[in-house]
Design a protein around this ligand. Sequence first.
Ligand code: PMP
Length: 354
Amino acid sequence: MKKHNFSAGPSILPQEVILKSSQAVLDFNDDGLSILEISHRSKAFIDVMENARALVIELLGLEGKGYKALFLQGGASAQFLMVAMNLLEKKAGYLNTGAWSNKAIKEAKNIGDIYEVASSKDANFNYIPKGYSIPSDYDYFHCTSNNTIFGTQMKSFPNSPIPMVCDMSSDIFSRVLDFTQFDLIYAGAQKNMGPAGATLVVVKEEILGKVSRTIPTILDYKSHIDADSMYNTPPVFPVYTTMLTLEWLKNLGGIKAIEEMNELKAQVMYSEIDLNPLFKGFAVKEDRSLMNATFTLENDKLKETFETMLKEAGISGVNGHRSVGGYRASMYNALPIDSVKALVEVMSELESKA
Ligand code: PMP
């Protein structure tokens, strides 16, 4: 029986995507070869890459707006460096909303001066700072739209006077935004797109080519743009699976349709956290993530019972990150509402037993 998969990432994928990609491992396009053993220069794969890149631009509403979609490797973590290499001449502003922002800051500091425009470190990152200003003479502003570990999410974005770069690893394609406000978006595939191994970068071409350093070829966005995202051998299987997930999303009605489902799932989840006296939400209400709900069980003595009940109900992956403790229910696009209902049922059953 398939478990209810609340894993924070790599995480749940649509069942139809798992089936189609499994089939492609056995026999891709009924051509007698596995997707794992074909050349990335084959027509069949070039079509996959082109389709995946086009779907990204279409779903984000960026057609005809000067953006290029790339599938790179090295995870979102490599983007912490690549962003700075390609955009940082002197100084950049970063919003510090948690562990991943911190890592982005640390990496960029190897390249130039970094100024934290605001931070929520004072409250262990349980909120999103607001009301900060972004100096107009910096090279770019960097933020993290969803903080996977702490369960906070930016509900609005500043009106940045300089290019805005956003790490959307854990909420890309999950909600409607005006994506033209960002000049560069990056995200690891392993949450809302596909298996680990591909990293999506969506970049507005006009922001490139402005730094004076020589950028090593593999780290230069331009090399990847010029080579249609095939400068080196791309992660063939993750890109294929991502294409299937994006097709699934498009057939569902796109980001607008999934946003409604994500809002409903989050509402069911957070209502239980708020109404059940045994549990306490970690993030402040107004900044709660629709993707990762973080919460604690107030009475430690119930921990074992709760975890046994979760196991018996086939609920997997709700353990919290070590820096926050407690629990984290990740509700990515592919997670069905029934899984959220199953978790909520266990939580309320615990209350009736306590
Ligand atoms: N940013 C965010 C918001 C993340 O959630 C993660 C991974 N969970 C990363 C960056 C790092 O991604 P990767 O492991 O692909 O380098």
